[in-house]
Design a protein around this ligand. Sequence first.
Ligand code: DG2
Length: 252
Amino acid sequence: MAIHKLIILRHGESEWNHENKFCGWIDIPLSEKGRDEARFAGHLIQKYNLKPTITYTSKLTRSIQTGDIILEELGRLWCDVVKTWRLNERHYGAFQGRDKNEVYCELGAEKYQYIRRDYNGTPPPVETQSKDDCIDERYEVDNVDISDLPRGESLKLVMERVIPYLQKEIVQGSLIGDNKTVLVVTHGSIVRSVIKYFKGVSDADISKINVPTGVPMVFELDDDCNMVGDYYYLDPELAKKGIEKVSNEGTK
Ligand code: DG2
């Protein structure tokens, strides 16, 4: 039976990750450190001799830039790239653009942690879909009705839009159907969704899982989409440091 490799990572540090602001669907580019992280991610993928033949990104610049840098590092800029809003970060509603520590002080530790990490925690929604929130022509594709796009999502809502796409297009379509090595460059909440889905993490336990910027992880799946062994980070030490940083964000 064949083993199919799905490489997935959160983009490198964005300018707003660096400034400690909630980003969500706001289209913020990578910071200089984020570009370095993306280059190092490419180096790790090469070191493990992984050769993606198709790449998926979100519609957000930080994910697209990370994918481009990785493919350049790998000498595989020819690789097909599919960009989809279904891999966009969780919509952070009215928190988008706000300083994390300011929100933390306003809500208190418990509510802050609930909205940030609980499976059902939902930020207050934005009222309108506007260009100020980066809802623009990039979403005028695939019969998407812009007014149906999210205005504030929990992880549960994120999973409802991403997992069917993961199953059908990425796993059944490319990874197993076409026997491709797949690279997915996406966002923290999407990686958490994928971990929850493949590992069957409970609604309660998913709140403890954080994802570092720019460290690739690999899921190995058999022909029936079952995981073979556990997922692994290509640099576990680096991942550990990144996870610690992310879990404390906004609290100090
Ligand atoms: C971060 C996640 O998403 O923030 O939207 O600010 O992966 O696009 O940097 P990403 C954001 P936290 O949920 O970790 O606070």
